[in-house]
Design a protein around this ligand. Sequence first.
Ligand code: ATP
Ligand code: MG
Length: 230
Amino acid sequence: MLLNVDAINVHYGSAQVLHDVSINVKERELTCIVGRNGAGKTTLLKTISGFLKPTRGTVTFEDRTISGMRPDKVALLGVKYVFQDKRVFGDLTVRDNMELAAYPIKANLDEAIERLFSISGKMKKLIDSKAKGLSGGERQILLIGRALAGSPKLLLIDEPTEGLAAIVINDIARILMEMKGRLSMVVVEQNLAIVSRMADRVYIMKEGNVLREITEEAEIRDQAYIESLL
Ligand SMILES: Nc1ncnc2c1ncn2[C@@H]1O[C@H](COP(=O)(O)OP(=O)(O)OP(=O)(O)O)[C@@H](O)[C@H]1O
Ligand SMILES: [Mg+2]
């Protein structure tokens, strides 16, 4: 098991938002987390990546306890989180945005930029443009490219297709499918057509709980079935 989240509780102040949440992520699998707004999906990813601390339970990555570690330490171990808010450094170029991702983890910038180009060739002509001019889809591609700097083992991606046009959603889905098998991913995604198409494992979250784990391929491919569980 690459990542094990074992019975975590998470609070914001006195409000408990995750209750006894457990998930497993296997090497090279693409795991999807689905659930309605406010179900606790982002809270779960932020806890795995070290931005929040569980009040009970543990997060284990490659047999090492990472719950309680600072986010920069977790990132150095190879676990990267792509935030839901899609924020980039707008006044900086795409190249400078990549450099700011590569520098703190001592990743090779040229390699990181090559990897960005390999996930989307259209970033080549945008490399010296300011990031604030990017479309929503291009911005998401830049954020994924930033997270890939330094060859992480596990990517946590929070709603990569949120707010994007249908054609761009297909683009992002294709990129995730191409990355699949080369590293492990946990993707929070409300677009169930995409979940059904790409997931190896699905967790359904509701009101801060994991309602169900789905591993049967026939059940994952059945979008209506997943929808019925939400
Ligand atoms: N900083 C915060 N302080 C207090 N409560 C918060 C905070 N962030 C989130 N919450 C609450 O925690 C619960 C889970 O929120 P979370 O953002 O994890 O849900 P989500 O499943 O990611 O939702 P969405 O699909 O809208 O992104 C919600 O009830 C939310 O209002
Ligand atoms: Mg969220």
